[in-house]
Design a protein around this ligand. Sequence first.
Ligand code: AHR
Length: 494
Amino acid sequence: AAKPIAVTVSADKPGPVYDRRIFTQFAEHLGNGIYGGLWVGDDKSIPNTNGFRNDVVAALRNLKVPVIRWPGGCFADEYHWREGIGPKAQRPVKVNTHWGGVTEPNTVGTHEFFELLRQVGAEAYVAGNVGNGTPQEMAEWVEYMTAPAGSLADERAKNGHKEPWAVPYFGVGNELWGCGGNMRPEYAADVTRRYATFVKAPAGTKILKIAAGANVDDLAWTEAMMKIASNQIDAVSLHYYVHPAGGWPPRAPAVDFDEAGWADALAGAFRMDDLITRHSAIMDKYDPQKRIWLAVDEWGAWYAQDPGTHPGFLRQQNTLRDALIASIHLDIFAKHADRVKMTAIAQMVNVLQAMILTEGNKMVLTPTYHVFDMYKPYQDATVLPISIDAPSYTRDKWTMPAVSGSAVRAKDGSVHVGLSNLDPNRANTVTVRLAGLNARGVSGRILTAPAINSHNSFTAPEVVKPATFNGARVKGGVLTVDLPAKSVVMLQLR
Ligand code: AHR
């Protein structure tokens, strides 16, 4: 039998808070992310409340989604908020030039977004238009949403909402290096300073300003943003997607992959650790106190669109592989919780690595959803340092640790340890030394499935779902875990 993998959790050396905003989700006007996925309007055949599907909202409420980022993405930098307020019949119908060239009815606008937030119980992360909007337009949107008085507040009241809304997070554009305006870093940093100047919170409130950050390993971007704009902003974002099979454009199939495709994608997920380390090192130079967050506000797997789906809708199935991609990321964010205070998986419903897929009145929860559910106790918990002496799992040219993990002490005092076995062929036994913790019992949940590409569909929605885990025991301060191949396990210690 293989030697057990030695893990130490230092419950006696509590680290930073695992911010609940790490579980932020991104909902863009893209494909069926909003229309069909969240919003069904007055379609009576799909039960809804004020236009938003009851089934999807209930599933999101269960996840305790803390924040929703909206309306884009690339969509944000050509979104004009005035087109999405007032009587729906009078709102202009535009072309969504980024995503599929379909018409955008503007039926979901500012008021509808805040209704979604109310139903889900989440806070607003609004992404402003720097690309083809003006600082004045941005300032007026912020005023429309947040001002207690004045003519924009009156207009908001006339449109149905007297009280100002809270906008705790505001994005100063998106991907200014690309779809947000193809800017060079120094220019983008200057533009960010200028636009951020006019994002003003009413007295007694705060709006945290998030600068559009780097693409993958563009360290020069982070350097310029920090050097030039750090006195105007509160966070810098980072976008990194896992693209197996050779990068951009996305070409790997979401379901029809073999073990090489599994290893390629999981190695891609591990890359996030190195990226955060390198971007954070630059941020440390300019902000050693770590006032400014690194907000990884787009992450996840991006495959070729599912066969037969609308071009530009980024619709992809979600398999057990995606569950592991999610758990690896959530573990990496624990390691960097001193700087990473917000991340947003892309995206919420029907787009990229989605939590939820819908088709007409049907809904299915993806393996990624279940991982987010299992990691819920991490929200605002305290990170406990973990060391994992794992052997490598290697397939073809991809090598990575066979086990990923993280640990936290939740707000109620309970300790949670997440462990993922990346090896699709071998179970691994893990012995966890619990320094500073006198645990008497353990319970847990496991997510695994028969095949690496097992997934949930509308006809078989429960192929991949969490089950009670009985493979862990504690004795004399040591936790022993029999970790099945290709699995995510979340343990709770008593
Ligand atoms: O999430 C899809 C797209 O990916 C977003 O609109 C953009 O910001 C990124 O390139």
